[in-house]
Design a protein. Structure first.
Length: 347
């Protein structure tokens, strides 16, 4: 799957046409304003030259508002991945909240956002009727028979700025982790990063005032569909020769989408893969950029990690089958015994 900025000239006309088919015109009218797809930021997901999803947004002083989020194929994670993409932008721009407006008839959207950590901020009665004065083509009754009248404003608070600083400080002051990050960088892996347990455990040890100990594998994640999955072993052997004191585990995330369930949509990046790790505090990665600056990959932020909260990501909350994987991990990891301050949430 290819993710393209909708500002790309060769995609703009296709996006405008599809948006008009979905929404009746290129305009979106809500209580927050009147928007034209031609002027919005956003991304389109394409596979085999076919558009699978579109997300558009506007950036404001204290947050980002998603103007539209459309998935043309249901239950394939298209919408979820675009939502995570905008959440990452929100974090990168140091915005503290993400907002989206839907309508009272859109029960599916309400459930979708609530499962992903969004809460209802307010309900604006008869707001859609006012919007129809500007955009008359807005239907009065939805396909499910519900009258379209009210706007429901949802938001998600992105509490990451301070906790990011804490995580970066813990990593930067750990000589082993910084050595590992330098070694990974020198391998010139595509999107190469240190991920998951070694970062999570180090943060937890520090917050519990425990001595540092690398208790888990050194998980090296990268994303390169141009090399075979078997290349993992060669890279891993090379790392063991360079630094045998570490227990290296190398994964090309281009091949890891079916790890827990078969027939899943392939990941499109290391960040996308990390966003599918089972619990929120494990969804963490780090790398050194071209200027040797420490950067974090944090699709769900660092709030849970620093505040000692363990909970399943939305993907593993969707049903009992998914939730069982999370519960089994809790049993096998025995985190509560190692770190007594854990606040473990089951669902």
């Amino acid at each position: 799957m290819e993710i393209i900025n909708i500002a790309e000239p060769h995609q703009r006309n296709r996006v405008i046409k599809l948006f008009s088919e979905l929404w009746g015109s290129t305009k979106m009218v809500t209580s927050s304003g009147c928007y034209d797809i031609k002027n919005l930021n956003g991304f389109v997901a394409i596979q085999s030259h076919k558009i699978l999803g579109i997300v558009t947004y506007v950036s404001r002083k204290n947050g980002i508002e998603i103007i539209s989020l459309d998935s043309l194929i249901e239950n394939q994670g298209i919408g979820s991945k675009r939502l995570i993409q905008i959440e990452q932008i929100c974090i990168q721009q140091s915005k503290n909240r993400l907002k989206i407006i839907t309508t009272n008839d859109n029960i599916h959207a309400l459930n979708f956002y609530k499962k992903r950590g969004y809460t209802v901020l307010s309900v604006l009665e008869n707001a859609v009727e006012k919007a129809r004065l500007i955009k008359p083509e807005i239907p009065k009754v939805a396909k499910n028979g519900i009258q379209i009248k009210d706007e429901i404003i949802l938001q998600k608070i992105m509490l990451n700025s301070n906790t990011d600083k804490i995580v970066k400080s813990i990593i930067a002051n750990n000589s082993d982790l910084m050595n590992i990050l330098n070694i990974i960088k020198n391998q010139n892996l595509v999107q190469g990063a240190l991920a998951a347990g070694s970062i999570r455990n180090t943060v937890w040890q520090k917050l519990h005032h425990q001595p540092f100990k690398l208790e888990s594998d050194i998980d090296v994640a990268f994303f390169d569909a141009s090399v075979p999955e078997s290349a993992n072993q060669e890279i891993q052997l090379n790392l063991k020769k360079l630094a045998p004191q570490y227990k290296w585990q190398v994964k090309n995330e281009a091949y890891m989408h079916n790890y827990d369930f078969s027939n899943q949509v392939p990941f499109n990046s290391v960040a996308d893969a990390i966003a599918h790790f089972v619990e929120t505090p494990t969804c963490i990665g780090a790398f050194l950029d071209d200027k040797n600056r420490l950067q974090l990959i944090e699709p769900f932020g660092t709030y849970d990690l620093v505040n000692l909260i363990v909970q399943p990501i939305p993907f593993f909350k969707q049903d009992s089958e998914h939730l069982s994987i999370y519960k089994e991990r809790l049993k096998s990891k025995n985190w509560q015994r190692k770190w007594s301050k854990r606040n473990i949430l089951i669902n």
